[in-house]
Design a protein around this ligand. Structure first.
Ligand SMILES: [Zn+2]
Length: 261
């Protein structure tokens, strides 16, 4: 069985001690993993990993919680441009970007970075990875005003089931991870979402599924707990959940090899 983890942060310090060991283990169970860039520093690391492991891909962007530290989206664009010169490039998306109203990061600045990254995605014909926390209405507004041609993923979707329909209607996929094992609202969302609009993710090192403790370290070997929950909710075989979510991941990220096989 081959899982596709559409969202993880293996450049974070939580993995400093056993990163390589885990990457080697993942070869047995994963057909794909996207490391998500959150700033310039992480951009360099996620590119390095993708060059080393065949199942690994990456995205480049500025996280809404990083907006005060960064200089400009132009810097990200320079890296994007450079990476895309290589026809075999494993750059599959822009992000993660979006809005986070949980903490007090300046909202106008977050919006500016979000819109700039939408434009960047459209310029290079890439999908986008969206982080939306307690900000779903504003995210929806911006996505309606600034359409992303290739759409993308509502990463770690945490809005209401009703709201999820709006994003699905706009062509977005929902990223479902550990929280689906804990929260009723997300389970309800999964119930009403067509399986061809769901991708799975761990968001490692954060958000582990049950039975692991909420604040313990997550990793991509736990994807089976997420698959199990989705299969229960939707009445599908686990192997079918894996098959569909993997196909969806290849489709949204535009990874062509898979369909050529
Ligand atoms: Zn993330």
């Amino acid at each position: 069985m081959s899982y596709f983890d559409t969202h993880a942060h293996y450049d974070w310090k939580e993995f400093d001690k056993d990163r390589e060991e885990l990457f080697d283990k993942f070869k047995e169970t994963l057909c794909g993993l996207v490391n998500i860039g959150i700033n310039i520093e992480s951009a360099n690391k996620v590119i390095e990993y993708a060059n080393k492991y065949s199942y690994m891909y990456y995205s480049l962007g500025i996280h809404p919680m990083e907006v005060e530290k960064e200089i400009s989206v132009n810097l990200i664009e320079q890296i994007v441009k450079n990476e895309l010169k290589n026809k075999e490039s494993k750059l599959v998306a822009i992000g993660e970007t979006g809005l986070d109203y949980h903490f007090n990061y300046p909202i106008e600045l977050q919006k500016k970075y979000f819109i700039e990254q939408i434009k960047l995605a459209n310029k290079y014909d890439l999908p986008i990875i969206i982080h939306s926390r307690e900000s779903h209405e504003d995210v929806e507004k911006i996505l309606k005003e600034y359409r992303v041609k290739k759409t993308g993923i509502m990463h770690c979707y945490s809005g209401t089931p009703e709201m999820s329909k709006k994003f699905i209607d706009m062509g977005y996929y929902l990223g479902i991870g550990g929280p689906v094992t804990r929260y009723k609202d997300i389970q309800e969302t999964v119930k009403i979402t067509p399986i061809d609009k769901i991708v799975i993710e761990t968001d490692s090192p954060v958000l582990p599924p049950e039975p692991f403790e909420k604040h313990s370290r997550n990793n991509s070997l736990y994807l089976n707990y997420i698959v199990k929950k989705i299969s229960e909710i939707k009445g599908l075989l686990e192997e079918d959940v894996i098959k569909y979510t993997t196909q969806n991941a290849y489709r949204v990220y535009g990874i062509k090899d898979y369909f050529d096989k």
